[in-house]
Design a protein around this ligand. Sequence first.
Ligand SMILES: [Zn+2]
Length: 169
Amino acid sequence: MTTTEAPAPAFRYIGTTDETNVCEDCGRSDLQRAVVLALLDADGNVEDRVRYGSDCAARALSIRGGGRAVAKAAENARIATLKAAAEAYERAERLLFDPATGEPTHERGFARTVGTMIRFNGGPGRWTDRGEAEQFTRQLIERSVQAVQDARLLGIADPARELRRLGYA
Ligand SMILES: [Zn+2]
């Protein structure tokens, strides 16, 4: 093997934003909107979040279809991000944790959530185990915090309201 080309970094689309008109890749400052991407490490964890122009994103991440394909995918991701964040806020209220940090907002918040998981899913052999329910709860909270962070990166503090504004119920 003589190739020296680094593999394209793994990433996922978060959406688009008009909060900035600067491309963090090349420094160009006349973007109509930036595409927001999460760069992932080998385990799929978010290593960094970047805002690029669509053409730069296509080049930096070796995305087929170029800037147009990137812009379209990012536009679709924006809606998915808003929906996930709106769900996360609802879940945080129900399960008594802070959507920004994942910290419990009630003294017994986490324990109560785990109890809920055991009760509601303790039917035919699911989540009857406390350890499993705890792990599931932690993952659920982690995903929720992530979704809220993603939406904030798009400049959206109230995803439910933004979805209604865009005509999503
Ligand atoms: Zn650029």
